[in-house]
Write a protein that binds this ligand. Structure first.
Ligand SMILES: *Cc1c(COP(=O)(O)O)cnc(C)c1O
Length: 243
């Protein structure tokens, strides 16, 4: 088990490195996040001890369930799943960044809770670049207005935009989603909104990380290529049933 995870990690880093080289990009501009949904703590521990630092969970209860198994490790945890407002207090105990900010109500509730705790958190705005019902996220056309609104919450540090995109057996069908996230970012930056001078892109997963690097991602979220199949069946990408 350990050998497989370490070997897979090496392979993923090699893929990132090669894709960066091809795209003429600096490897340091692309961070790797381990998507650890359904992965037990002992497997995550192997990856962290092999040098990884950043993990992402889709379910709030998986953070608490694995917390004890991860004690003593220096990790940064992001939340990447669909966030229900009644889980906000709990998610803030574990995550330093919410990558899936997808509606105003969540921004309001995050702000309310963070005010109480007297602190802030980082966020990515999730954008539905594939226009699928099965995916959450604001629509690309709403992005500028959404950023202008949530910018008023001092407790939220806007780090960038996140998308899942169109997953298809035909890999090239993903590319328009990735391009759309980049264009949405550029459109926001073009507005010259005060305090929004730099936005990162979180996109690219096991099957499309090279393409995402070509299209400008700064953070790839990889699960399957490191930890193997999750055996969740074909409904895995319906975010509506993720929690
Ligand atoms: C599971 C998941 C990933 C990783 O997907 P893989 O295909 O397993 O690499 C990335 N992002 C999100 C939001 C996920 O839920």
């Amino acid at each position: 088990m350990k050998e497989a995870i370490v070997a897979n990690l090496e392979l993923v880093h090699l893929r990132i490195k090669n894709a960066c080289k091809q795209a003429g990009r600096d490897t340091n501009d692309v961070q790797l996040l381990l998507a650890t949904k359904t992965v037990p703590a002992e497997k995550i521990r192997i990856a962290i001890e092999a040098g990884e630092k950043l993990i992402g969970e889709n379910k709030v209860q998986e953070f608490s369930a694995k917390d004890e198994g991860l004690t003593g490790l220096n990790i940064e945890r992001h939340f990447i799943g669909h966030l229900q407002t009644n889980k906000i207090k709990e998610v803030l105990k574990f995550a330093s960044c919410i990558q899936s900010l997808d509606r105003l109500k969540v921004a309001q509730e995050l702000d309310r809770r963070l005010q109480v705790e007297g602190r802030s958190t980082e966020v990515f705005v999730q954008v539905n670049t594939s226009y699928e019902q099965s995916k959450f996220g604001i629509l690309p056309d709403e992005a500028v207005a959404f950023i202008r609104t949530i910018k008023n919450y001092d407790t939220l540090t806007i780090r960038g935009l996140m998308t899942i995109g169109l997953l298809d057996v035909e890999k090239e069908r993903m590319r328009p989603s990735l391009i759309l996230l980049r264009e949405t970012r550029d459109k926001i930056l073009h507005e010259g909104i005060e305090g929004i001078e730099n936005l990162k892109l979180s996109m690219g997963m096991s099957q499309d990380l090279e393409m995402a690097i070509t299209e400008g991602t700064n953070l790839v979220r990889v699960g399957t290529a490191i930890f193997g199949n999750r055996f969740l069946g074909k409904e895995i990408w319906n975010e509506n049933i993720a929690e």
